[in-house]
Write a protein that binds this ligand. Structure first.
Ligand code: SF4
Length: 389
């Protein structure tokens, strides 16, 4: 079947396991306006079929290791310049202190974030690394990962386009790694588009990193930034690009669907955040394209109505921190975990804390990391409730 007419019968076929082709998805997207109820209902049923009544999250601390960045994306306020008040350069003592605090608050994830290869552009970054005894950000991250691991927190590094060699080293201490694809469209790198001054956002480069991680059997978190000037067809292409990698390597543990929010003092400050019903349709479409994938939306970026996404196919809230800001989106505070749990219950879902590696990927990580996880995991490889609550 090359073209689906989006009637009851077609949706029933999807529910029964018909694998949507890219052409089908385009066709479905052109009918969003008329089919949203059936789209949402289908996504919900697939979610329930593959994920049951569990919605997960990861209790985390955000380690803003270094926010200098070689690149410039038109929407970013995370990146700092060396003389900015918001410059963050965490030394090992800072890392250890935050890990201890995270442990006190029963966090299980240390999210390590950096700008893209800071040392390639900034002498300050080189000097700071040297002061700590390292020659690259990757090396430093590996060392910091050991520090937090020894405090009983599990590192998950999101440091841009790591080399295969860096990932190989990091997989010894990191239970998973993260790299947003953002979008697979090269158009977004053209002049006047949000990634024109961000070579690291070249889709082929990012896809290559995700594939390298696949060859190394590293569970990867990736995702799409929705609302930065892409078309719905480019969103669909991006989901299929991720699906292709996962089909080949089986290493994509989750897809984050992140809705863009304009930030003051950026060149995209007048750009609008995507309409909620459009964003919900994308979430539902992603579930239909990849029925058994873990699909996350960050609850702090849909503050007033994050719970609505429970009825369009998500099964994860990502990292929620009781102790640190979301430094990429500091204007959006995290919801209280107990409120997230309450909302889940209202929709008849059970909130469970996961590690930064999803339960079904735990068996693929090193024995040493598995053994550490086993100390505080339940029989399904979620964090034991009496540990995180
Ligand atoms: S690569 Fe990341 S840190 Fe650097 S400018 Fe883009 S979004 Fe900001």
């Amino acid at each position: 079947m090359s073209k689906l007419e989006y009637d009851f019968e077609s949706y029933n076929r999807i529910k029964d396991g018909y694998e949507l082709t890219q052409e089908d998805a385009y066709q479905l997207a052109t009918n969003f306006r008329y089919t949203s109820n059936r789209l949402f209902e289908t996504a919900t049923q697939l979610r329930n079929k593959h994920k049951g009544d569990i919605v997960s999250f990861s209790k985390k601390a955000f380690f803003n290791i270094v926010n200098l960045c070689r690149d410039t994306c038109d929407y970013c306020t995370y990146k700092a310049e060396p003389n900015n008040a918001k410059l963050s350069l965490m030394n090992k003592k800072n890392v250890k202190d935050l890990a201890k605090l995270a442990k006190k608050y029963k966090c299980t994830e240390a999210l390590f974030v950096t700008g893209e290869s800071p040392e390639q552009k900034y002498q300050e970054a080189k000097d700071w690394l040297k002061l700590n005894g390292f020659s690259s950000t990757g090396e430093y991250l590996a060392d910091c990962s050991e520090v937090v691991l020894n405090e009983g927190i599990f590192p998950h590094t999101n440091a841009g386009n790591l080399t295969k060699e860096e990932m190989k080293i990091l997989r010894e201490t990191n239970v998973s790694l993260g790299l947003m694809l953002e979008n697979s469209s090269k158009r977004l790198r053209e002049t006047g588009m949000p990634h024109h001054d961000a070579p690291s956002k070249e889709p082929a480069t990012r896809i290559n990193v995700l594939k390298n991680a696949g060859e190394l059997k590293i569970p990867m978190t990736t995702g799409i930034l929705v609302g930065i000037g892409e078309t719905i067809y480019e969103v669909i292409d991006s989901i299929y690009a991720i699906k292709d990698i996962h089909k080949k390597f089986g290493n994509i543990q989750e897809i984050i669907l992140q809705n863009f929010h304009p930030k003051k003092d950026t060149s995209m400050q007048e750009h609008k955040t995507p309409d909620t019903s459009y964003f919900k349709s994308i979430v539902a479409l992603c579930r239909i394209i990849m029925p058994d994938m873990n699909i996350q939306i960050p609850p702090n970026l849909s503050q007033k109505n994050y719970h609505e996404f429970l009825s369009v196919g998500i099964n994860d809230w990502g990292g929620i921190s009781p102790i640190t800001d979301d430094y990429v989106n500091p204007e959006f505070s995290w919801p209280q975990i107990k409120n997230v749990e309450k909302k889940c219950l209202e929709y008849k879902f059970k909130l469970k804390a996961r590690f930064p590696v999803y339960p079904e990927f735990v068996s693929g990580i090193s024995k040493e990391l598995r053994d550490r996880i086993a100390l505080i995991a339940d029989e399904e490889n979620y964090v034991r409730e009496d540990y995180w609550k």
